[in-house]
Design a protein around this ligand. Structure first.
Ligand SMILES: NC(=O)c1ncn([C@@H]2O[C@H](COP(=O)(O)O)[C@@H](O)[C@H]2O)c1NC=O
Length: 507
């Protein structure tokens, strides 16, 4: 274990907080300090001697600070190999001092973008010298300790304390080099996304903020989320979001976002077990809950309107994991916060990526998200009976839920309320039978209700079973070579059917 004592350091940090103790420690250990403008003033104010980097390079900071450390005397000091005689000779020839520690805190690029600053200001916050110092220090970890963010000060202080001096081992320097390249790749990733006009780079997802989760889908699996949860939600109450919570939150918001009118969605294990629209959040919630109050237990809930006192009083008796809304009144929060663990999230408007990824086999699948949502105007009536306007609205409502439910799926609904669904079944007939059984179980009369199917009917069996249960109108994409058999059954039994031409599989 080769322990190296730091003799000299270059300090150039944007934010100066937390810097003083480490500077004092370096000074106490006789380390020669070099520094840039603002950092130099900070160190001088501590009463500690410091050499201006200008005095080392013989150049002032020029072009508004665009060039201040970019000089062979600085980079030679960092990069020359102390164990290579020819490098040491060249350093001596050009009077280049060895720099054993490089401490940098980069210009806050992401923060500047997030603040809504002008393009000009954002471009000026692309750190050039700092990122080069980081890469230089990291490359020569054999001789140099690179501290690439102010988040790392505490760890450095602990290492110095363990050694009893400002010394490091090769393993420690190598570890910090790894962190440095993580910092630089994250930084460059943010710049790349800014130029691409993207908020997130999913293909390089490890450059996104990482959230450690208690565990993955099960306690014996580790889990992490890469993404900006802080931008998406203000957490008003409750415990930390888990892996399964995040999966259900995504399912919940994806479905909710199909609705422009006041809507309420209840999700269990990625599928909707309650969906309704209403003139108030309370009305939408009450209707959504009545769909399947048993499944709603422990569910993830979301609405697209402010949760007020009346809605909160209705929701409060239900044990639910999460409630998401664009806002909550004070009275509503008072009621809802009485359950200690219930997570209350105030949702901010954030644009979601338009692509999705899935790892499988020895690779990754990428596809566009299913962003097509056909409405009444896209319906092509294929039966003699034309659905009424109310039935058309009910069919459009059912299709929204169908699109976000695991295949094979059948959705039974009326205009503004999910009545029952069959989810994730290996046959569409099974999905329909499941839906009919559930509707009966929760006391819904299916006479006059409508049915949506995620994919075409290969046989007329589904329309026959649905018609016998009281369903009066059906939507499906069409496209089976036996479409006509289903149409004939509908015509013979006075059912209406519309085709959309769009399939919504969800595996
Ligand atoms: N231009 C350069 O040569 C340069 N060298 C270091 N910096 C950055 O300047 C900042 C510190 O500046 P100051 O010490 O003047 O407050 C740090 O964020 C550091 O990453 C530079 N700035 C931008 O590239």
């Amino acid at each position: 274990m080769s322990v190296k004592k730091i003799q000299s350091a270059l300090i150039s940090v944007y934010y100066k907080d937390g810097l003083a103790p480490i500077i004092q420690e370096l000074h106490k250990n006789g380390v020669t300090l070099y520094s840039t403008g603002g950092t130099q003033s900070f160190i001088e104010e501590l009463g500690i001697p410091v050499i201006a980097v200008e005095d080392l390079t013989g150049y002032p900071s020029i072009f508004g600070g665009r060039v201040k450390t970019l000089h062979p005397k600085v980079f030679g000091g960092i990069l020359h190999r102390r164990d290579l005689a020819s490098d040491v000779e060249v350093a001596k020839q050009y009077d280049i001092p060895a720099l054993d520690l490089v401490m940098v805190d980069l210009y806050p690029f992401e923060e500047t973008v997030a603040s809504g600053a002008s393009d000009e200001d954002i471009i000026e916050k692309i750190d050039i010298g700092g990122i080069s110092l980081i890469r230089g220090g990291a490359k020569n970890f054999n001789d140099v300790l690179i501290v690439s963010s102010r988040d790392q000060y505490a760890e450095v202080a602990a290492i110095f304390a363990a050694h009893g001096s400002t010394s490091t081992t090769l393993e420690e320097r190598r570890r910090f080099a790894g962190k440095a390249f993580q910092v630089s790749s994250h930084y460059d990733g943010a710049i790349q996304r800014y130029f691409a006009g993207q908020t997130a780079d999913l293909a390089n997802y490890t450059t996104l903020p990482a959230h450690g989760l208690r565990y993955g889908e099960n306690p014996h699996q580790q889990g992490k989320f890469y993404g900006d949860l802080a931008a998406l939600f203000d957490k008003l109450h409750g415990k930390e979001l888990s892996y399964n919570n995040l999966v259900d939150v995504d399912a919940c918001l994806s479905l909710l976002d199909e609705f422009a009118e006041t809507a309420f969605v209840i999700i269990k294990h990625m599928n909707a077990c309650g969906v309704a629209t209403g003139t108030t959040v309370k009305e939408a919630y009450d209707k959504a809950l009545s769909c399947d109050p048993i499944s709603a237990f422990g569910g993830v809930l979301a609405t697209n309107n402010t949760v007020d006192k009346a809605a909160a009083e209705s929701i409060n008796p239900l044990f639910c994991e999460i409630l998401i809304a664009p806002d909550f009144t004070e009275e509503a929060l008072e009621i809802l916060k009485t359950k200690k663990n219930r997570i209350l999230l105030k949702r901010n408007q954030v644009t979601f990526p338009k692509v999705m990824f899935k790892t499988l086999l020895n690779g990754v699948l990428e596809q566009d998200k299913d962003l097509v949502m056909e409405g009444v105007e896209d319906f092509k009536t294929v039966t003699k009976r034309v659905p009424t306007d109310e039935q058309k609205r009910a069919l459009a409502f059912a299709l929204k839920i169908c699109k976000h439910t695991k295949s094979n799926t059948i959705i039974l609904a009326n205009d503004g309320q999910l009545l029952a669904s069959g989810v994730g079944q290996t046959s569409r007939v099974d999905a329909l039978k499941q839906a009919i059984d559930k509707a009966k179980e929760f006391g819904f009369d299916l006479n006059g209700a409508v049915m949506a199917s995620d994919a075409f009917f290969p046989f007329p069996d589904c329309v026959e079973i649905a018609g016998n249960a009281g369903i009066v109108a059906v939507t499906q994409p069409g496209g089976s070579i036996k479409d006509q058999d289903s149409i004939d059954y509908c015509d013979a039994n006075d059912l209406a059917m519309v085709m959309t031409g769009i399939r919504h599989f969800k595996h």
